[in-house]
Design a protein around this ligand. Structure first.
Ligand SMILES: Nc1nc2c(c(=O)[nH]1)N[C@H]1C(S)=C(S)[C@@H](COP(=O)(O)OP(=O)(O)OC[C@H]3O[C@@H](n4cnc5c(=O)[nH]c(N)nc54)[C@H](O)[C@@H]3O)O[C@H]1N2
Ligand SMILES: Nc1nc2c(c(=O)[nH]1)N[C@H]1C(S)=C(S)[C@@H](COP(=O)(O)OP(=O)(O)OC[C@H]3O[C@@H](n4cnc5c(=O)[nH]c(N)nc54)[C@H](O)[C@@H]3O)O[C@H]1N2
Ligand SMILES: [Mo]
Length: 767
């Protein structure tokens, strides 16, 4: 780890800082392998980035990747490997003391491994033996006691096979990373507009007249979207941002693809207006905008002037307007200002700009979904759009910016714990079995089951569950008592090292690596944030000959676990993935019509989305206004001592994968053990810059939660809110502290207090 420096970063997002960062990572990981791959990234006929799910244009840039996409490719294509020698050298107990960064940085996993308790080491095992034992263990279990988790990276093909495997086994316990992420979206949007996904396409950026941007950090988490934002900004379209932190990518951008901009140091402003809403203040902020808008409309009506709201749309297409409008009229500005931390004048200004726009898009990320009232907050944003008919017309719509590269697609092909979201009758008909109809486990349910001991087996198709999920200490304790822990992975992580009675690591090919099967090299597919499906063709030679593809591993597990079923030929699917796509098409004929023929359609092929056509598949047959119960998104009763902890991603990580210790944009280098605090709060709490503190959970249940060794950094963050990095802080999040309807852990407003060091034990943590 390098020396710690903390000083503000003055440069824009993109620019030379980004170019240098890419070079550093590519240089580190084995230049030739990575530079040969990058030109194919996100191009039709090439491979789809393993980082975020942002749309892939039909007419890509020569280099259609961003700083973080390049890092992700380099991380996967590293030439470093950890084979049996590595595991012979290091005990699991020793590896448990390594930071997340060092575990993954050690290199790619190369062989299947089984934990040997006697030597406390992972030892090589053959694939057939691994499958036989895992199959035997699963067969001995009640299907309710097994969890089949997916991180949002696996392809549509692998995901479809995986959900079928789980259901043939008898389980709907199919949580995926979405349960910690955009599940608030997947619950909110169907109720409001009858589709579970966003309604915006790339083409809408050309027509839009106003962008509302809530709680998404584009410069770090979906940087390719900066190209669209840059062109929108150049048309002088207002971009109004609501975010507690002044994130650099939302302020200004220099396009690293443009030699002129790079040489001349030209920047484009991204946000025209930036409002630092408090963590969990969005319901109040949006209520304020709605109130101002409705007031303008009421006034116009009284004076006989042109109206502000789209009354024709409201009449024809919506339900519940009057109740919502009354709620907004009755809301007090005092309350709105108090809960949002914003000024009435700013919200009225936003309403005036929004009123003038004929086509508005609203985009958002974890800043809205990861709160106790995450679902209500997303519905509140839809309310705002509905007031002016901004769903289902060019340049308008709702845009949840998805995380993992195929997280949206996995839901589309049946990875879901909720049986009503899956065409179970169709699966029954196609495969001749009775699928389970009971409600399966979300991530939170899975955590509870692991802690209680009712979950006996956890199969992870990617991801790093013990690190990503809440209440780490309790979770790890329960995890150790499970019977079976099987992780299909590319890199070593903590979910392997916290072992259960029987633990396996099954190493798989990365998406960038060629996948040779009986009928030849295979391609896979995924769905982006704009509901377009893309083929992905790998380009690099696999790092080890012992790796298997995810579809092959799922098939191996399924064959070892299930009784033979003449209607499911796992081997034929693995030999030729186009047959899996045929099966997907047979299950979802509308979404995947002519799947194989359209696989490499430039820009992807679109799934039909009723809301885009202003057809509303909701309970009322209309788009529904929703009246929120309370005025905050955090849903907490705030007390004097309570701070709201926002858990953050740095620019040098992908979820639990820590590329390095350089959060360039926030000016923090050499450490992740920091807590960002408002200077007034520092004064109030008597904290000095650089002082070491402990965060203490303020949930007051039976469990004591604390996390220490954090260095105080004075930062431009609203009073009462503090920021610190995910996943380090996850032990502070109670499992039950989650969004009410969607069960997404509420990790953007975790109630904590700060304890100065010196009084009480400090907990040193790796990282
Ligand atoms: N490089 C990189 N790319 C990634 C990832 C990564 O870790 N690294 N992760 C991927 C995944 S899985 C996901 S889900 C996405 C995550 O991408 P984002 O949705 O951007 O998620 P976060 O970075 O967690 O935080 C989002 C923003 O919300 C703001 N925020 C926090 N609380 C509030 C609030 O109460 N209100 C508002 N309005 N804003 C708030 C934070 O300041 C932050 O800027 O990115 C994906 N892409
Ligand atoms: N406090 C807090 N907690 C959070 C969040 C937060 O903002 N704050 N964000 C939440 C969100 S949005 C998400 S999505 C989750 C993320 O949770 P996960 O998706 O479970 O975690 P990742 O860190 O993305 O998983 C990394 C691991 O995936 C494996 N991997 C990488 N590529 C592949 C591949 O191609 N195939 C397979 N099989 N494995 C692969 C590697 O072994 C790597 O170690 O975390 C959630 N947790
Ligand atoms: Mo995510």
């Amino acid at each position: 780890m390098s020396k710690v420096t903390i000083k503000p970063y003055e440069s824009p997002a993109g620019g030379w800082g980004s170019a240098q960062s890419v070079m550093r990572h590519v240089g580190r990981e084995g230049v030739a392998r990575v530079t040969a791959a990058l030109p194919h990234q996100n191009k039709t006929g090439g491979f789809m980035c393993v980082s975020c799910a942002w749309a892939k244009p039909a007419d890509p840039h020569p280099a259609e990747f961003c700083e973080n996409g390049a890092k992700a490719t380099a991380w996967e294509l590293t030439t470093k490997t950890i084979g049996p020698e590595f595991f012979a050298r290091h005990t699991v107990t020793e590896l448990l003391s390594w930071p997340d960064h060092d575990l993954e940085e050690a290199g790619r996993l190369t062989q299947p491994l089984r934990y040997d308790r006697a030597s406390d080491k992972y030892v090589p095992v053959g694939w057939p033996d691994a499958f036989v034992e895992i199959g035997r263990e699963l067969r001995a279990l009640d299907p309710h006691a097994a969890v089949f988790y997916t991180s949002g990276r696996a392809s549509l093909e692998a995901s479809y096979m995986y959900q079928l495997f789980a259901r043939l086994f008898g389980s709907n316990n199919l949580p995926d990373s979405s349960n910690m992420c955009h599940e608030s979206t997947s619950v909110a949007l169907p109720k409001s507009i009858g589709v579970p996904v966003g309604t915006v396409g790339l083409e809408d950026f050309e027509d839009t007249e106003c962008l509302l941007f809530f709680g998404q950090n584009v410069g770090t988490n979906s940087p390719r979207m900066l190209h669209q934002l840059q062109s929108v900004s150049r048309r002088d379209v207002p971009i109004i941002t609501f975010n507690p932190l002044r994130e650099r990518g939302l302020e200004r951008f220099t396009n690293p693809q443009s030699p002129t901009e790079m040489v001349l140091g030209q920047e484009t402003r991204i946000s025209s207006h930036y409002f630092q809403v408090e963590a969990g203040g969005d319901i109040a902020a949006i209520m304020g905008i709605c109130k101002a808008l409705i007031t303008l409309d009421d006034e116009a009506m009284a004076k006989g002037q042109p109206l502000v709201l789209d009354h024709a749309f409201i009449r024809e297409h919506t339900h519940g307007f009057e109740a919502f409008a009354d709620k907004a009229r009755a809301a007090s500005w005092k309350e709105i200002e108090h809960h949002s931390g914003l000024k009435r004048a700013d919200l009225e200004e936003t309403a005036r700009i929004y009123a003038r726009s004929q086509a508005t898009m609203a985009m958002y990320g974890m800043g809205l979904t990861q709160h106790r009232k995450g679902v209500e907050t997303v519905r509140m944003l839809v309310n705002l759009l509905l007031l002016k008919g901004n769903i289902g017309k060019p340049g308008a719509g709702i845009l949840p910016v998805r995380g993992h590269s195929n997280v949206q697609g996995q839901r589309t092909v049946g990875i879901a714990e909720k049986p009503e979201l899956v065409p179970l009758d169709r699966l029954k008909e196609l495969y001749g079995f009775e699928p389970p109809r009971w409600e399966g486990f979300s991530t939170v349910d899975a955590c509870e089951g692991i802690v209680k001991g009712s979950v006996r087996a956890f199969i992870g198709l990617g991801g790093n569950f013990v690190r990503a999920a809440p209440d780490r200490d309790q979770l790890e304790e329960g995890w150790r008592k499970m019977r079976l822990n099987v992780q299909v992975s590319t890199k070593l992580n903590r979910s392997h090292l916290v072992t259960s009675e029987i633990s396996y690591i099954l190493p798989c090919l990365g998406r960038t690596e060629t996948d040779q099967q009986a009928t030849g090299p295979q391609v896979v597919s995924m769905e982006d944030s704009t509901a377009r499906i893309h083929g992905s063709r790998p380009v690099a030679t696999p790092i080890s000959e012992h790796l298997r593809s995810e579809p092959a591993i799922v098939a191996g597990l399924a064959k070892a676990t299930l009784d033979p079923n003449p209607k499911v030929d796992w081997d034929a699917w693995v030999a030729d993935y186009s047959k899996i796509r045929d099966a997907i098409e047979a299950t979802y004929p509308d979404d995947f019509k002519d799947f194989n023929q359209r696989l490499f359609h430039p820009g992807g092929f679109a799934r039909p989305l009723a809301a885009r056509e202003r057809k509303w598949n909701t309970d009322t047959g209309k788009a529904n206004f929703a009246v929120p119960e309370g005025m905050t998104s955090h849903g907490l009763d705030l007390t004097e001592d309570m701070l709201r902890l926002i858990t953050l991603r740095s620019n040098d990580q992908f979820n639990t994968t820590i590329y390095g210790y350089r959060d360039r944009f926030r000016g923090v280098e050499g450490t992740r053990m920091v807590v960002f605090v408002n200077p007034d709060d520092m004064a109030r709490l008597g904290l000095a810059e650089g002082e070491t503190v402990t965060l203490v959970g303020e949930s007051h249940d039976q469990v004591h939660r604390e996390f220490g060794g954090l260095r105080v950094v004075g930062y431009d963050i609203p009073k009462g809110c503090i920021g610190a990095y995910y996943p380090e802080c996850n032990g502070l999040v109670p499992i039950w502290h989650h969004a009410e309807e969607s069960k997404v852990p509420a990790v953007k407003s975790v109630p904590v207090s700060i304890r100065k060091s010196g009084n009480g034990a400090m907990q040193a943590q790796p990282g």
